[in-house]
Write a protein that binds this ligand. Structure first.
Ligand SMILES: Nc1ncnc2c1ncn2[C@@H]1O[C@H](COP(=O)(O)OP(=O)(O)OP(=O)(O)O)[C@@H](O)[C@H]1O
Ligand SMILES: [Mg+2]
Length: 265
């Protein structure tokens, strides 16, 4: 190959790389969102720009949680070469819903993939986004730079605890996205715990949720369910006669059967 040809190949490659969208995506995920046609709501922008390594987004239904997760996953993959972002949810289908948004953002940004499947993609910079159901046997074995847990309140404790070691060597970040689902399990414990997580609570009043539809939900849903789904209330289980505290106390023996009103059998 002649020297002139080698120089020409280099020139074309350098021109392509400097013009490639990946080369011009900056550090700010809000600007990245704008570049793919999305204007984040202020509460979304706060979480997109937060540098905190461990975040809990306790947000109302349809407030844009998965969208924020997808923006952060995609932005991380684009700007941090060679990283692995793991997206999990109680079922693979739920995780794929978030991943569908990632694929859309990658396409909007006109980024070329090295490979893509229904459950993951790899960019030309070597970064990966991997999608799994939060089931212990499918999530072991990764070294993860960013862990995103969608619908986190419905993920089993065992699956979540098995995921945490995958962040050790990488000192990876975590983002938990959810509406509440009862005052039990790791999500409730981390939210209520005195710890160093950044916690964001957005109810339907703060979010861009249609007011008329919200009023209809208020009229038609069981009040406990409505408060849980739209006002981020950690309720005791549906139709439960006793509070979790009393039931757990009884299990530990700190409440005598008589404390349960004589109904304890
Ligand atoms: N900033 C935004 N601008 C316009 N549309 C948005 C924005 N954020 C989210 N959406 C849209 O709002 C809808 C709900 O978003 P998303 O699925 O992210 O919410 P969610 O809180 O995860 O919902 P769910 O509680 O059902 O899981 C989607 O159609 C999404 O595309
Ligand atoms: Mg969602």
């Amino acid at each position: 190959m002649s020297l002139a040809l080698v120089k020409e190949i280099r020139r074309v490659r350098d021109t392509y790389q400097s013009a490639s969208p990946m080369a011009v995506i900056g550090d700010n995920p809000v600007e990245f969102a704008a570049s793919v046609g999305l204007t984040p709501d202020p509460y979304q922008a706060d979480m997109l720009t937060s540098q905190h390594p461990r975040k809990i987004l306790l947000w109302s239904r349809q407030s844009g949680k998965s969208t924020v997760g997808a923006l952060l996953a995609t932005h991380k993959a684009l700007v941090s070469a060679g990283t692995t972002t793991l997206v999990v949810a109680p079922s693979e289908d739920q995780a794929k819903e978030l991943f569908r948004k990632c694929r859309q953002f990658v396409a909007e940004a006109r980024i070329v993939n090295r490979s893509e499947t229904q459950t993951g993609l790899e960019l030309v910079n070597g970064s990966r986004i991997v999608v799994r159901a939060a089931i212990e046997r499918t999530t072991r074995g990764y070294a993860v730079d960013l862990l995103i847990v969608d619908e986190a309140a419905q993920v089993d404790d065992q699956a979540y605890f098995a995921l945490r070691p995958s962040l050790m060597r990488t000192r990876g970040d975590q983002i938990l996205l959810s509406t509440p689902r009862g005052r039990r399990g790791f999500f409730s414990d981390l939210w209520h715990g005195d710890n160093e997580w950044e916690k964001s609570r957005i109810t339907a009043d703060d979010a861009s949720v249609d007011r008329d539809l919200l009023d209809r939900e208020r009229e038609e849903l069981h009040p406990q369910w409505f408060l849980q789904e739209y006002y981020c209330q950690f309720m005791n289980r549906e139709n439960q006669v006793f509070t979790d505290e009393i039931v757990h106390g009884a299990m530990r023996g700190s409440h005598a059967p008589a404390d349960l009103g004589g109904i304890w059998l």
